[in-house]
Structures are given as structure tokens and as C-alpha cells.
Design a protein around this ligand. Structure first.
Ligand code: SF4
Length: 244
């Protein structure tokens, strides 16, 4: 039996296809220290809001029910910010490794401490969200500085942990050609980065902001055009990485 650490979970997707390779069991954890202007899960911000609780063993019992589907994919912890519940994630990842399952951590990189470093010992792939390589824009988007995300990436390089970069393309904020060129050259230097996902901004989470009595500062922004997404991907390909 693993020690009784309780995880606060927002929701579960049993056969996810977008948060890492293959079919995956994805657990979205409560709690996030960031306040991204384009967040589509603002109901995850408060670690105690609307939660389902699981022990690590309890969640693993759920996960193994889907083992035949996810055996060539794996499990992903997303959020919110899963590193806020690092001890819980570590316990589940340990159990996942015993089951021979691939583990992925979808993170902003904003929390980097000894507990998170322990999680990374059991992590096969990190999906790291770089909101902008431009420090002012990063701060505008996320309400915190870029420093910890860069430190997190440095640690991933040091430990040679496979990493996919995620970048949300928001018209008027992150689709600036100069910033994209800079991000592409920056990424090129990291051998542990395998792939870049360009994620077009969408408005699917708008109703959640409204339900929480909030308005996103970019509520009037529309999703990017397919041309703009294509252009961003062309720039990212200059890094020599796989771009999706
Ligand atoms: S890091 Fe993710 S969950 Fe947290 S505010 Fe940003 S988009 Fe939302």
C-alpha cells in the first residue's frame, strides 16, 4: 500500500487523445497559482473548489480498469497545475510504473521544488506550457514571471527528460512573428525537447468564467485563423523539432 495522500481532482478523461502519445487516462487536478487570461479551466484555480478526492491507490484502481485501452498510451496529470499536488502525483506515477504505464505531466513549470523533482523521477514525458518567450507578455498572460518555467525547463534538460512544448496561439498576443522566431531559436537549443504543439486559442471555457462571475481580459478575442496557425507552425519548424 502507498501512503495515504489525498488528491483533489477536478475531472477525469478516461481515453484522452491530446495530452501525450496514444490513448491516455487524463486526470485534471485542482489548484493553480497562475491566472492565465485564456484559461479554459478557471474552475480548477481553487484547490478546494468542487473536488472529487482520491487516494493514490483509489485512483490507480480506476486507471487499471482502462489498462487494455491505455497500455500503448499511458496516464497524464494535467490541471490546474498538477505540481501543486506533487506528492499525490508522485505516488500515482510510482504505481503506474509498477503497472508498466507511460507517465506524462502537463505543467506550466511554475512550481519547481524538491517534491516536484521527486515526481520527475517517475515521469516519462513533460508537456511544458511556454506561454510566451517575451517576459512582458508572459507576465500579462499568466500573472507571474517567466523565470520559474525557464528554470523548470533547465532542470528537464539536466535530467534529460523528454519534453513537448505547448504554446497557445492568441491573436494579438502570442502570434507576433518576432516572438515566435525567438521561441523557435530558443527551443532549438534543447536536445530534450522533441516536439512543439501549437494550440489555437479557443473560447470553450468562456461559460466557466461567466459561471464564476468573472470576465476574461481577452473575452473579445477570437480564435486565430488557420493561416495564422499555419504560419506559426512554419516558424516553429525552424527549430528542427516535430511541430503539431
Ligand atoms: S496554467 Fe493552465 S490551469 Fe493554470 S491558469 Fe494557466 S491555463 Fe489555467
Amino acid at each position: 500500500m502507498s501512503e495515504e495522500i489525498i488528491g483533489n481532482i477536478h475531472s477525469i478523461e478516461t481515453c484522452g487523445t491530446v495530452d501525450g502519445p496514444g490513448l491516455r487516462f487524463v486526470a485534471f487536478l485542482q489548484g493553480c497559482p497562475l491566472r492565465c487570461v485564456y484559461c479554459h479551466n478557471p474552475d480548477t484555480w481553487d484547490v478546494n473548489h468542487n473536488i472529487k478526492t482520491f487516494t493514490a491507490d483509489g485512483l490507480m484502481k480506476e486507471i487499471v480498469k482502462y489498462k487494455s485501452f491505455i497500455k500503448n498510451g499511458g496516464i497524464t496529470f494535467s490541471g490546474g497545475e498538477p505540481c501543486l499536488q506533487a506528492n499525490f502525483v508522485r505516488e500515482v506515477f510510482k504505481l503506474a510504473k509498477d503497472e508498466g504505464l507511460h507517465t506524462a505531466l502537463d505543467t506550466s513549470g511554475a512550481v519547481i521544488n524538491e517534491n516536484v523533482k521527486d515526481v520527475l523521477e517517475y515521469t516519462d514525458l513533460v508537456l511544458l506550457d511556454i506561454k510566451s518567450i517575451n517576459p512582458e507578455k508572459f507576465k500579462y498572460i499568466a500573472s507571474i514571471k517567466i523565470d520559474k518555467t525557464l528554470k523548470f525547463l533547465e532542470y528537464l534538460r539536466e535530467k534529460e527528460i523528454k519534453t513537448w512544448i505547448r504554446h497557445v496561439l492568441v491573436p494579438g498576443i502570442t502570434d507576433n512573428e518576432k516572438d515566435l522566431e525567438e521561441l523557435s531559436s530558443f527551443i532549438e537549443k534543447y536536445d530534450n525537447i522533441e516536439r512543439i504543439d501549437i494550440l489555437p486559442f479557443h473560447k470553450h471555457g468562456e461559460h466557466k468564467w461567466e459561471a464564476l462571475g468573472m470576465t476574461s481580459p481577452i473575452a473579445d478575442t477570437q480564435p486565430p485563423s488557420s493561416d495564422s496557425v499555419k504560419k506559426a507552425k512554419i516558424i516553429m519548424k525552424k527549430s528542427g523539432k516535430v511541430v503539431r
